[in-house]
Write a protein that binds this ligand. Structure first.
Ligand code: PLP
Length: 360
């Protein structure tokens, strides 16, 4: 009786939780470098807001997310009516797909790209048209070339997960300007805050100009609030109206709304995270190179690295040493691992463990 489209769909495979690895493998102080979380923790202002909001959790949250949306609108220079909140940006990816995709419709995306793009299409019987990256970077002309009358959505992760690369702003601008008006461009900017100013595209301008563009961002990465599940999208008010019809009435919980608003205020926390990530990324890249493993040059808080042997087996061996990374077989990269940049201690532990595993 279930939808036939679900038959071929495998459940999303998240990074293993720390406690589970410690219990299963009998290790202590495991380093989780598998989900591109902020290893430095949340903003203390966000933690305080959670504590304050906790006393009122007998009430439903503000279903419209009014205060958080107003905060974001002011920060981003858009109207509240152009903002949607989601239970993580993941929910917004899924809702966008449910709004636009019917069986047989097409959605264009890169390969490799965040696996959820493909999953949300598959679940609806839509066709994921995957365009191989070139040197791990989106092939935008290649993607533009496969847009057809059946294309309803285009997914561009910029920066892209799992490659860690971004397209040059001018190239993205040219791509956006040449797109036909019909398909919705879902521009997933989960790692946008890690980009240096000059590498950030003018994505919100495209929304302001009234283009069919839905820009997704999240509090899970730089803001360190992954456990609360809160993300947001900026798009045309008509799209936000459709999302409001489809989403669950209280999709973003009260603690998440309070913490997110507080996190936006803590620019020092963001700056510390950017600096700590850049430092860790340099150390991890150098350490991998010293092991003979060049990583794809990343602008994010994670590295994609070819270990030149079965990635799943290496990831399993690392688990035994208390280091959790993500094997990339599901992304069509059976010899690659994706390693999140951790704290200095976590990065050192990961490099030690990798050296031991590869040397063994
Ligand atoms: C590219 C990309 N988009 C979206 C998400 C979803 O993030 P969240 O649902 O936590 O906002 C992730 C999480 O890893 C991601 O890497």
């Amino acid at each position: 009786m279930a939808s036939p489209y679900l038959k071929t769909l495998l459940p999303y495979s998240p990074g293993k939780p720390i406690e589970e690895v410690e219990r299963e493998y009998g290790v202590a102080g495991a380093a989780k470098l598998a989900s591109n979380e902020n290893p430095f923790g949340p903003s203390p202002l966000a933690v305080k807001a959670i504590q304050e909001a906790a006393a009122a959790v007998h009430r439903y949250p503000d279903g419209a997310g009014t205060a958080l949306k107003a905060h974001l609108a002011e920060r981003l220079g858009v109207a509240s009516a152009q903002i949607a909140l989601g239970n993580g940006s993941n929910e917004l990816l899924e809702l966008a797909a449910r709004i636009f995709l019917q069986p047989g419709d097409e959605a264009v995306m890169a390969q490799p790209a965040f696996i959820v793009y493909r999953m949300v299409c598959q679940a609806l019987g839509a066709v994921a048209v995957e365009v191989p990256c070139r040197d791990f970077v989106h092939d935008l002309p290649g993607m533009a070339a496969v847009v057809s009358a059946r294309t309803k959505l285009l997914f561009v992760g910029n920066p892209n997960n799992p490659t860690g690369t971004a397209v040059p702003p001018a190239a993205l601008e040219a791509f956006v300007r040449r797109l036909p008006p019909e398909p919705l461009l879902v521009l997933d900017e989960a790692y946008w805050e890690f980009l240096p100013e000059r590498e950030r595209p003018r994505s919100l301008d495209w929304v302001r100009e009234g283009r069919r563009c839905f820009v997704l961002r999240t509090f899970s990465k730089i803001y360190g609030l992954a456990g609360l599940r809160v993300g947001y999208g900026i798009g045309p008010p008509e799209l936000i109206g459709l999302l409001d019809r489809l989403r669950a009435p209280f999709n973003v919980n009260a603690l998440a709304q309070g913490a997110a608003a507080a996190a936006l205020e803590d620019r020092a926390h963001v700056d510390r995270t950017v600096a700590g990530t850049a430092e860790g990324r340099t150390a991890l890249t150098a350490g991998l190179a010293a092991l003979g493993l060049p990583a794809v040059q990343s602008v994010t808080n994670f590295l994609l690295v070819d270990v030149r042997r079965n990635g799943a087996a290496v990831a399993e061996a690392l688990l035994r040493r208390g280091v959790i990374v993500r094997p990339m077989g599901g992304y069509g990269l059976p010899t690659h691992l994706r390693i999140t940049v951790g704290t200095a201690a976590e990065n050192a532990r990961a490099l030690d463990a990798l050296g031991a595993v590869l040397g063994a």
